[in-house]
Ligand binder design. Sequence first.
Ligand code: PMV
Length: 328
Amino acid sequence: MGVAKKPVTAKAHTNIALVKYWGKLDETLIIPQNASLSITLDEFYSTTSVLFDDALDADQVTFDDQRLKAGQVTKISHFMDHVRQMAGIKSYAQIVTQNHVPTAAGLASSASGFAALAGAASTAAGLQLDRRALSRLARLGSGSATRSIFGGFAAWQQGHDDETSYGYPIDETPDWDIAIVAVILTTKKKSISSREGMRLSVNTSPFYPAWVETSRVDFETVQKAITERDFETLGHTAEQNAMRMHALTLSADPSFTYFNADSLKTMQLVRELRLQGLQCYFTMDAGPNVKVICRNSDADQIAKALQAVFGTANVRVTHPGPGITINK
Ligand code: PMV
């Protein structure tokens, strides 16, 4: 195939984990301590185009119309080195990313970003990776990106090395009465990265071994709930799993949290809606924004209740979205 002469563009969506990835076994290869499972979302995505150019003396990255400075591209360049090594090429690339996700505030922009970059960069480099290989490559950029290669419900098998730790689809086009209401409480960058947060949790939380054990059970439970379309079990287990993950941050030394006051307020509101008979459950990633798993038929009602408190623009109804697409 050879290196592409025109930019290659890929589009990948974010995902929200129902069973979280929290903690690495291998920090370089990004091998997780537990398997995880997510829903890819239709409303939030990244598009990334890549063109390798022999005339460049470094990777050039434009992120949401802003040219990044040399010091800001280290993580991306490091990822591109993997692609160059796999393709046996030396040239640097022009990378342009547009993010339709509130960045680094717990809405998994790194998931859609690195999935899209993996797809665009590998294709531009002349590699023809199948989706499993693509998910392994995306994993080297960000763990959660492993699952964003696939649509609908997707999982990341823990594995024990580069070859065995990959993503796979569970149900890419779920025909379910399901929606995710995203409550965007801040778009500010988080102060503790997920990498640092995981490291602290693994190394210092006395509850960490219990997390690994219970998340294995949660994985089986959610997987079964998907097969049986058991919405209540799915939602309840996802909420518990999220709170157990956040308990690791609170119990770390030093203790930290991704909750802010509005996160707690949102969780309380969801509990109240549940008492009123609406099936809805909350989950949070490494940032204060909250996502509410609910019935699609209840989503507008739930969104309205949340919008009354947090404003119309800050509450978005999303649904299971598609896997990666790559345009040559
Ligand atoms: O992909 P990372 O390194 O940003 O880690 C993300 C971890 C969580 O979003 C909190 C959980 C998950 O499984 O996506």
